[in-house]
Design a binder for this molecule. Structure first.
Ligand SMILES: [Ca+2]
Ligand SMILES: [Ca+2]
Length: 385
């Protein structure tokens, strides 16, 4: 068994290496973390039942304090867990009436990505999340289901070199000459975005969840009574009703000198001046929303969408397109805090990139959409439409 596990590990790294090269060849800022097996996703978590046991144990103690066996019982000696802090929910949605818009562009920023041609696309009404899914929201999912992400199952994920501690870095021998800023870090996952010595708990519970694969994102949305948006829905929502604009607010990167999204200022990858306020991710609520009420569509984290990847699109008008029926990679939209014009001009509405559905990295997250409003989810604009 040990030999098989070793071989799988080697295979994972070899495939990952190939994918990194692919990404670099297409000038993507994206990672590639390729696993060729399924995740074991339904291990029990038991967080809620631990709290209940503590309550029961107190109750028992009160009535049976004289029983010496109690002194050594697990319930008696188990330390109470700190209650989970609560965060304001960021799972709100908006209702979008659908209609016809121009998807893609005839003036592609990265022609190899299949941003063109511009085509007329008609969509039926749908709901979409106002925010990227936050760590706090993802934690509710994990606590209620015991879900294990693919990065956790396989034990590593890709992190930007500049964000890893020297301590962790010295243990990484695998380097990728063509993309030295991506390093596979053992123990990097959604709870530990830069590896075992980092944590979301200190100040990132309201930041977008990262190191989640397309498969993880799909499972989350299903649990939430939602689904991933199609690429067309995501782009329609991100454009916020403006036709043929580069960004959700217009064509100027920094109108009146204001930063309206979280991308990279300085020199990539050596100097991150964070003029927009954030070196890494920002809270999902940061920056003004677009005209449809959505925050951080472009920038902050890339966002998985439903569609399989292709760079060939018909210029014919389409209704509710869902992309190819099958493929190797899934589409992601919006660019990330790692995007800089010099190598990843992808923080635009029409921009797109791709990864295998089991890939994960420190700049890749998602938001959900839906045909209906799930019970208990607040709709931000339903009283106005
Ligand atoms: Ca930034
Ligand atoms: Ca985003």
């Amino acid at each position: 068994m040990a030999t098989v596990a070793k071989k799988l590990c080697v295979l994972v790294f070899v495939v990952a290496l190939y994918n990194i090269k692919d990404c670099v060849n297409s000038h993507s800022d994206s990672e590639a973390h390729d696993h060729d097996h399924d995740t074991d996703s339904e291990a029990g978590c038991g967080c809620g039942s631990n709290l209940n046991r503590k309550h029961d144990s107190d109750h028992d103690h009160h009535h049976h304090a004289e029983n010496p066996a109690d002194k050594y019982s697990r319930a008696k000696n188990e330390k109470p867990k700190d209650p989970l802090p609560s965060y304001p929910r960021t799972n709100q949605m908006v209702y979008l009436d659908g209609g016809t818009f121009t998807m893609g562009t005839d003036d592609p920023g990265v022609p190899a990505d299949g941003e063109s041609p511009a085509r007329r696309v008609t969509l039926k009404p749908f709901y979409i999340d106002v925010h990227e899914v936050s760590n706090a929201e993802f934690e509710l999912f994990v606590n209620s289901t015991g879900f294990t992400t693919e990065a956790e199952s396989f034990g590593d994920s890709f992190v930007l070199e500049g964000r890893i501690s020297e301590e962790i870095k010295k243990d990484i021998s695998l380097a990728v000459e063509a993309a030295p800023w991506w390093l596979p870090v053992k123990g990097a996952d959604w709870l530990h975005p830069e590896g075992p010595d980092s944590s979301i708990r200190t100040d990132r519970m309201d930041h977008p969840v990262v190191h989640v694969s397309w498969n993880d994102a799909t499972a989350y949305c299903q649990w939430a009574g939602k689904r991933l948006p199609t690429e067309a829905e995501w782009e329609y929502a991100a454009r916020g009703g403006l036709e043929n604009r580069l960004f959700p607010w217009g064509n100027k990167l920094e109108p009146r000198g204001d930063h309206l999204m979280n991308v990279w200022q300085g020199e990539f990858p050596t100097l991150n001046t964070a003029e927009d306020g954030y070196e890494g991710t920002s809270p999902v609520t940061a920056y003004p929303p677009n005209k449809y009420g959505l925050h951080n569509t472009v920038g902050n984290t890339w966002e998985w969408v439903q569609d399989w990847w292709t760079i060939r699109h018909s210029s014919e008008p389409a209704s509710n397109p869902t992309g190819p029926e099958s493929g190797k990679d899934k589409v992601k939209k919006g660019g990330s805090y790692m995007c800089h014009v010099s190598y990843c001009y992808r923080y635009r509405c029409a921009a797109r990139s791709q990864n295998t559905p089991d890939s994960s990295a420190c700049n890749l997250g998602f938001r959900c959409a839906g045909d209906d409003l799930p019970q208990g989810v607040e709709c931000r604009n339903c009283d106005k439409v």
